[in-house]
Design a protein around this ligand. Structure first.
Ligand SMILES: C[S@@+](CC[C@H](N)C(=O)[O-])C[C@H]1O[C@@H](n2cnc3c(N)ncnc32)[C@H](O)[C@@H]1O
Length: 210
């Protein structure tokens, strides 16, 4: 009951606030977007205002209907006003046909989905050959002590952050899903605390021929 109230009424406000802190990172990653884009787990829609002119159409998919209520489609740039679709849906079972999108954008999402391998398999399926998964994700720390702390605190963090996990090996999962990961980098981001301070960002490419 208390957790339910927290998840429905407090967490969305917290997320809306925390999401604003990633503005610079969001802007940098969104600048890589182009063509027909699927944004997975779009949350409160914080990335909408950063979609560049190179994006032709956007489908934004969010699982949580409370978060959807925070989204403001008017934040999308004018050229996307009639080229956007905001949907409620589950990244584990995408309601799209194969090879439909040029890019799939995941900003701080693969930490939170129940089964990243399944979500990545779906992202791979709906991408065109040569298409890209554009990611910005906090992941397991390379530093041993920090990683140990992440593992230890994860059971506490997970319910408070509504499913977010501290120590995901996201790069490995992306590689296992079949993507080429040469254009991904993992690094320690100095703006954030160590527990959530190791990031994976860049493009993971679906090979032309799989
Ligand atoms: C930390 S929030 C990030 C939100 C947003 N991408 C941002 O950058 O502010 C994680 C998001 O993943 C979404 N999510 C979790 N499981 C999901 C699923 N199965 N399908 C789609 N989205 C999911 C959550 O509802 C939430 O919006």
């Amino acid at each position: 009951m208390i957790m339910n109230l927290y998840q429905r009424h407090i967490f969305p406000r917290l997320l809306a606030d925390v999401s604003k802190r990633f503005t610079e990172d969001r802007q940098r990653l969104a600048a890589l977007l182009q063509g027909d884009v699927l944004e997975l787990g779009s949350g409160t829609g914080e990335s909408f205002s950063f979609y560049p002119a190179a994006v032709k159409r956007v489908v934004s998919l969010e699982y949580d209907d409370q978060l959807l209520g925070y989204q403001q489609p008017q934040r999308l740039p004018a050229h996307l006003a009639n080229e956007c679709l905001l949907l409620q849906g589950d990244g584990h079972q995408l309601p799209f046909k194969d090879a439909q999108f040029d890019q799939v954008f995941c900003c701080l999402v693969l930490c939170s989905v129940a089964d990243p391998a399944q979500v990545l398999a779906e992202a791979y399926r709906v991408l065109k050959p040569g298409g890209a998964l554009v990611v910005f994700e906090h992941v397991a720390a390379a530093h041993q002590l920090t990683h140990r702390a992440q593992r230890w605190l994860n059971p506490l963090w997970r319910p408070l952050a509504c499913g977010c996990q501290l120590e995901r090996q996201t790069e490995q999962r992306i590689r296992e899903a079949g993507f080429c990961t040469d254009k991904l980098k993992r690094y320690r981001h100095s703006s954030y605390p160590a527990l959530v301070g190791t990031f994976l960002e860049g493009l993971a490419i679906k090979p032309e021929k799989s």
